[in-house]
Ligand binder design. Structure first.
Ligand code: GLU
Length: 434
């Protein structure tokens, strides 16, 4: 059997979207399940859109998620290969030189015309474009959608293959590279499906064998439409900086578009590789379900030891937070936080005196807090106060909680008072009583 070789081919044009990361996970698992090879290829031929540090960021993220590439390529270092392929296509009559700039063509009303006006001019320099044949059918079987997709070439435009600056377009570079790198399975986002007929023609005219090609579903926004950068944090870096763990992002993302045979939900990369099967690809578009992501994140946070969490929370701590105190707090909040960034909302009161909204206090709050002050002063357990004064336990502790923390949702209040210390707890209670 032919060796499975897949590739992840991101462009260094901005922050990586979770949809792209998902493609990487699937491509990796597809190869590694069969002991195949996974290739990282940076598609940096659109120099205008490239962002500084983009290549390093791609490598860092792929590494952070544990994907090890067997080979690495960068397209801008391979220009001679694309140029030769484009010239070969001109020689064989399947491509032509063009000297009209795309922008001018649009202004002059050529954009709606699929056929380029230079196509029969016999020019000998300029950009190189594909000479799309009239009225032919191009088709392939999509291994993700599990169906045949076909086009009449009359809807395919004479795509640019090589720009006049010598850089290839995506259409040429992707075909030349997938062939040159012996890629057996191409996996990419659904957005790229309209490009596939162009690629199929290029494969045919260059005499290359067409690999298996599959287009992944789009991840949808819960409010409708495709998940996009405009609609909140969908970039991988964005999620990491919100305090989502890589383990949780991984687990969430692989299940957005793929399902195992059993109902298993928790996967490490290793488990995923072991269980991967292309029949698990879903045909319907998954919805980005934030609650699900939070659930995974909470799960993986709880798997961490307290000392691991001390490191992980580091970026999210209030300025100057004392590590000894943070260590005491972690066991109290570990079961409650969904994101690392929840440290502030849950535990910020340990470091900064809260503003207490008196509307959150019950009608008997003055009695409750006075007795709490007395108990703390005399080192008597707070648990005894409601019983001895016939207070409702819930009401008493809620007033105490609000006065000490400013919030109704906090870590256990008895332990919190202990960590906060006698002096500070009393100071806060007295302040509310003033
Ligand atoms: N460079 C393309 C991207 O950024 C790759 C598409 C493909 O895999 O063919 O998604």
């Amino acid at each position: 059997m032919k060796k499975i070789r897949t590739r992840f081919a991101p462009s260094p044009t901005g922050s990586m979207h979770i949809g792209n990361l998902r493609t990487a996970f699937y491509a990796y698992a597809l190869a590694k399940h069969e002991d195949g090879e996974f290739i990282l290829r940076v598609e940096d031929t659109d120099k205008k859109r490239e962002v500084e540090g983009g290549v390093a960021d791609i490598k860092d993220l792929v590494t952070l998620f544990g994907l090890k590439w067997d080979e690495f390529y960068i397209q801008s270092e391979r220009l001679a290969l694309y140029k030769k392929a484009a010239e070969d296509l001109v020689k064989s009559g399947h491509a032509f030189y063009c000297q009209c700039e795309a922008k001018n063509a649009k202004r002059e009303g050529f954009s709606s015309d699929k056929r380029d006006r230079c196509r029969d001019k016999g020019l000998t320099s300029g950009a190189i474009k594909l000479k799309v044949p009239e009225n032919e059918t191009v088709k392939f079987r999509d291994f993700v959608l599990r169906e045949e997709v076909s086009w009449n070439t009359n809807v395919v435009f004479d795509a640019t293959l090589l720009k006049s600056d010598g850089f290839p377009t995506y259409h040429l570079a992707v075909v030349v590279d997938d062939h040159d790198m012996s890629i057996s399975h191409v996996l990419r986002g659904h957005d790229w499906l309209p490009s596939t007929p162009i690629h199929l023609l290029v494969y045919k005219y260059l005499g290359y064998e067409v690999p298996e090609i599959g287009h992944l579903t789009d991840i949808l926004d819960p409010e409708g439409g495709k998940l996009s950068k405009r609609k909140g944090s969908t970039s991988v870096r964005g999620l990491l900086s919100e305090g989502y763990l890589p383990e949780a992002i991984f687990n969430f993302v692989i299940l957005a578009g793929w399902a195992p045979k059993d109902n298993r939900e928790l996967f490490t990369l290793e488990d995923f590789v072991k269980n991967f099967d292309i029949s698990g690809f879903q045909k319907s578009n998954p919805i980005f379900n934030r609650e699900k992501l939070d659930w995974f994140n909470g799960h993986y946070i709880r798997q961490k030891s307290d000392s691991e969490l001390l490191d992980l929370f580091d970026r999210f701590l209030p300025e100057g937070a004392d590590a000894v105190k943070v260590k005491e707090i972690i066991p109290l909040i570990k079961d409650r936080v969904k994101k690392l960034s929840d440290f502030g909302p849950f535990a910020g009161f340990f470091f900064e005196s809260p503003k207490v909204d008196k509307k959150l206090l019950g009608k008997n709050y003055r009695d409750h807090l006075k007795k709490a002050v007395e108990a703390i002063e005399k080192n008597i357990s707070l648990d005894r106060v409601p019983e001895e004064n016939s207070y409702k336990i819930g009401d008493f502790f809620m007033d105490l909680r609000v006065a000490i923390t400013g919030s109704r949702f906090t870590p256990p209040i008895n332990e919190s008072v202990k960590i906060l210390g006698k002096e500070e707890s009393l100071r806060r209670l007295r302040e509310v009583l003033e």
